[in-house]
Design a protein around this ligand. Structure first.
Ligand code: PGA
Length: 253
């Protein structure tokens, strides 16, 4: 089963609209046409319209939000719904990032509601999972990942799964410069796929794309992507520079 690699830039709370414009000015020159990989940019909410405007008329790069409310509309101060994201041109939404989980108290119940709302709106969820260092060192790795998958994918049909991207991001590797080794990442992603197989069957598990995230850089991307169960990256710090993100995309192709 061939899976198209998907390389996504998670800009987190970086990149104003004007910074987004100068990034795209240079990045879209590198990738004027669709490549062998799917490229996704996730700017902060306020930079989405500027990104969409500059990306209009090209099909090489897709647009993602970094979070979304599961509510349809109403009295939810500070929240953003699916209709708003669709209207500004988003096709993807990152959900359950470890920073959302640890700093803003999101748990699998809430993330599950968001996954359902995202799919109902025709958006592609990029669902993040990952263990802390204590959990890995304490022998809890498989338990934590299977709990996160079961909880956040509750009520999802097998037929919906190929429309979901999973991002495995060991928390200890995010923004730390400490990447999982290719072997560690492969072993864990193979385990993630085995959980998907248990939940949704072998055919579905073989079709779902599983990204690796956590200190991906131009220098380690090629070796990581050569692992059979790594189908792309979710890139934070190294995605803020157009040349560095372009090098990661090229490694992924
Ligand atoms: P990093 O972040 O590449 O800066 O480690 C990855 C992420 O949090 O998605």
């Amino acid at each position: 089963m061939s899976r198209k690699n998907v390389i996504a830039a998670n800009w987190k709370m970086n990149m104003t609209p004007s910074e987004t414009a100068s990034f795209l000015d240079s990045f879209l020159k590198t990738f004027p046409e669709p490549t062998a990989v799917e490229i996704v940019l996730a700017p902060p909410f306020v930079s989405l319209p500027k990104a969409a405007e500059l990306m209009a008329g090209q099909s090489a790069v897709g647009l993602s939000a970094q979070n979304m409310s599961h509510e349809a509309s109403g009295a939810f101060t500070g929240e953003i719904n699916a209709a708003m994201l669709k209207e500004v041109g988003c096709q993807y939404v990152i959900l359950g990032h470890s920073e959302r989980r640890s700093l803003y108290g999101e748990n699998d119940v809430v993330i599950n509601k968001k996954v359902h709302a995202t799919l109902a709106a025709g958006l592609v969820p990029i669902l993040c999972i990952g263990e802390s260092l204590e959990e890995r060192d304490g022998g809890q790795l498989e338990f934590v990942l299977s709990q996160q998958l079961e909880g956040s994918l509750a009520g999802i049909d097998a037929a919906q799964m190929p429309g979901i991207i999973i991002a495995y991001e060991p928390v200890w590797a995010i923004g730390t410069g400490r990447t999982a080794t290719p072997d560690q990442a492969q072993e864990t992603q193979c385990y993630v796929r085995s959980v998907l197989e248990r939940l949704f069957g072998g055919e579905v598990a073989a079709a779902v794309r599983i990204q690796y995230g956590g200190s991906v850089k131009p220098g380690n991307a090629a070796e990581l992507i050569s692992q059979p169960d790594i189908d792309g990256f979710l890139v934070g710090g190294a995605s803020l520079d157009p040349a560095s993100f372009a090098d990661i995309v090229k490694a992924g192709a």
